[in-house]
Design a protein around this ligand. Structure first.
Ligand SMILES: O=C([C@@H]1CCCNC1)N1CCCCC1
Length: 325
């Protein structure tokens, strides 16, 4: 089988939500290549936490007795609950008995984002949080039945993009695809990013260890790289109250170039201009921020909306493919 599903941006492209059939209900889920749990708001979620969300009704599933889950994300959000086996359909691709993690508790960040009915993890199943046995991601559940064991992400700035499962649509990118090998030891789509440049010119230095994370909004890079970037933005400074670099919204940001698998990709300055910090629209928060405390760099949506990405398990070593879009 193979299929395609829309990835609809929230305001400021904060996250991208995709319609997924879970049991007999269609929910809007955040596809997250940085985690490996498929969890959903459900009829088991306290009403005080689930108002405004579409809910999975576990009555259509088979309860996995004694199984629980509890996930905490790097941004401090999290959720927990119980586990069911049920049908999950993404763009026509069907997992007949997918582990569906029904939330019995969610953090305030998820409670407040009423467009988001849960997450569909697309990292490696080794970091799934279900106890007493880790469960397969949707991709791992269907991988063997896909025309090719891969999926692609084509996210866009302020417009609907797509995730494709089982095939590469060559109309969605330009030029050739440049591949890097993935290190799965931490359960992420983790690789080594090479040189970078600010504005234009030839790349140099090294961004280093990084993950491709569709569930992270911004780009988090080494301090040296981020300082070099904002040194080229006259009004920029690090604002500890905002928790990152801000600048005058009227200032044009430089492009950011990064070399992956021998090919240089350009993230346009307009894509790096993330959002105003308040309703006055005077000060803006940058889409490139420091990776301090994370332990690796994260190429999140600010980067991903500039490229076409192949999450490829066609070979014994998983690979990431990047192409311009
Ligand atoms: O929890 C996360 C992200 C949060 C946003 C959604 N994707 C997963 N981390 C990023 C990768 C390193 C570990 C922490």
């Amino acid at each position: 089988q193979s299929g395609e599903v829309a990835a609809n941006p929230e305001q400021y492209d904060e996250s991208y939500l995709c319609p997924v059939q879970v049991g007999q209900t269609t929910l809007n889920l955040d596809f997250d290549t940085g985690s490996a749990d498929l969890w959903v708001f459900s009829t088991l979620t306290p009403k005080s936490e689930s108002t405004g969300h579409s809910l999975y009704n576990p009555s259509t599933g088979t309860k996995k007795s004694g199984y629980t889950w509890d996930i905490s994300y790097g941004d401090g959000s999290g959720a927990s609950g119980t586990v069911y086996a049920d049908k999950v359909v993404v763009g026509g691709v069907t997992a007949t008995s997918q582990a569906v993690e029904a939330a019995t508790s969610v953090s305030s960040q998820f409670e407040q984002d009423t467009d988001n009915d849960g997450l569909l993890g697309l990292a490696f199943s080794s970091i799934n949080t279900v106890e007493p046995q880790a469960q397969k991601t949707f991709f791992d559940s269907v991988k063997g039945s896909l025309a090719k064991p891969l999926f692609t992400a084509d996210l866009k700035k302020g417009a609907a993009g797509t995730y494709d499962f089982g095939y590469i649509d060559s109309s969605k990118y330009t030029g050739s695809i440049s591949y890097v090998n993935v290190n799965t030891a931490n359960g992420f789509w983790e690789f080594t990013a090479s040189g970078y440049a600010v504005g234009s010119g030839s790349v140099s230095g090294s961004v280093g260890d990084a993950i491709a994370d569709t569930g992270t909004t911004l780009m988090y890079l080494p301090t040296t790289v981020v300082q070099a970037y904002y040194n080229k933005v006259d009004s920029a400074d690090y604002d500890s109250n905002q928790g990152g670099y801000t600048y005058d919204c009227s200032e044009n940001l430089p492009n950011f170039l990064i070399s992956l698998g021998g090919k240089t990709f350009t993230v346009s300055g307009t894509d790096i201009n993330f959002a105003p910090v308040d309703s006055s629209g005077e000060t803006c928060f940058g889409g490139i921020q420091e990776n301090t405390g994370i332990g690796m760099s994260i190429l999140g949506d600010i980067f991903l909306k500039s490229v076409f990405v192949v999450f490829d398990q066609t070979q014994s070593t998983p690979r990431l493919g990047f192409a311009a879009q």
